[in-house]
Design a protein around this ligand. Structure first.
Ligand code: AQP
Length: 329
């Protein structure tokens, strides 16, 4: 049994991209692995966010975790900010990550390119170090993420190897990213060359969207002028994105999806995509509505906080001891 960890930051409303690339895959692990799933609320502070929005987004993610099938009796579900060891390990690890490697992170470069240079907070730069700490605290070997987070997990891996080498012992478990074979990068419906992203909502489908508007968004998704339903990321990015969404939700291969639509026009294909997306979202939304205002949500977080803290404390103690921070034995 291996430890598996993943998280989502509450920077905005969850998208279909977050569902297909991350959320949908989490419950699959909980019967055969020890699963830790958290809400990366400290990470959400790396970009300006209104306090009430952050609080609501956080609750939403917990409710969506449960609605998507995570079971608090099998998985540890918790808030990053409620386990203070995350901040503490971050302070230690900052000394084992290099400025040069943080500078090379694609997500950092993307995000800061859209910001006023004078107002770039330090947290967005050191974000991958905190993320490495999130992973290390739970001895996670597998980290299921969408394609865009792969580089951060690889950096965590480098830091772990460097740390173990420095102290000549296996202190930190070396993590590896797990990327799903289909749907690791869902693109915007209005610009299929751009990733569907919570903090850049143009062309997004949100998990909370009403189904009528979901259908409308899919029917008006940008496609090419051709008429064949074929996967071709370069020449048909819009159709390829819809094929990815369809096949990921139907749990079939892209090829099988293409075969289903041989000879079909774009209208028929888009309607089929809208049907499957609405079917999935309807189920999730029904469960979400039952949970979002119920006391169960806080009960789950309280349980998760206790379980996560116990493990995080032990790991941090091990790391502090190895680096030479004094503690009464
Ligand atoms: N479009 C996507 N397709 C597939 N997977 C995706 N993920 C995000 N967008 C897509 C995956 O969802 C998880 C959530 O990661 P996160 O919240 O830590 O941040 P992110 O990767 O930066 O996701 P967003 O939605 O783009 O957030 P913002 O806009 O705040 O930066 C990760 O596993 C991610 O890969």
């Amino acid at each position: 049994m291996e430890n598996v960890l993943s998280g989502i930051k509450p920077t905005g409303q969850l998208t279909l991209g977050n569902y297909i690339g991350a959320l949908k895959n989490f419950p699959k692990y909980q019967d055969t692995n020890k699963v830790f799933v958290f809400i990366a609320d400290l990470h959400a502070l790396t970009l300006p966010i209104e306090p009430e929005v952050l609080r609501q987004n956080t609750k939403d993610i917990v409710a969506f975790y449960l609605a998507c099938g995570l079971d608090p009796n099998k998985s540890v579900i918790f808030l990053q900010s409620q386990v203070h060891e995350h901040s503490e390990i971050n302070t230690i690890l900052e000394n084992y990550a290099y400025m040069g490697e943080l500078n090379r992170m694609t997500q950092f470069k993307d995000k800061v390119s859209k910001m006023n240079e004078k107002k770039i907070g330090l947290g967005i730069f050191t974000y991958p170090v905190l993320m490495a700490g999130d992973i290390f605290l739970y001895d996670a070997k597998k980290v299921p993420v969408g394609e865009d987070q792969k580089q951060h997990v690889e950096l965590a891996r480098d830091i772990a190897i460097r740390f173990n080498h420095r102290y000549k012992q296996d202190v930190i478990v070396i993590p590896e990213p797990v990327i799903s074979s289909n749907g690791a990068r869902i693109m915007s419906l209005s610009d299929p060359t751009k990733k569907m992203s919570k903090s850049d909502p143009k062309g997004d489908i949100f998990l909370k969207d009403d189904l009528k508007s979901v259908r409308k968004k899919i029917m008006s998704a940008v496609t090419d002028t051709g008429c064949e339903v074929k996967y071709d990321k370069v020449n048909k990015p819009g159709i390829s994105n819809l094929l990815t969404i369809y096949s990921a939700l139907k749990e079939i291969t892209i090829e099988e999806a293409e075969n289903e639509f041989t000879g079909a026009n774009y209208g028929t294909f888009k309607k089929a995509v809208a049907d499957v997306v609405c079917e999935v979202l309807e189920k999730i939304q029904t469960r979400y509505n039952d949970i979002i205002n119920s006391p169960y949500l806080d009960e789950v977080l309280e349980k998760g906080k206790k379980e996560a803290s116990q493990i995080a404390q032990k790991t941090l103690k091990r790391i502090k001891n190895v680096v030479g921070l004094y503690e009464k034995q």
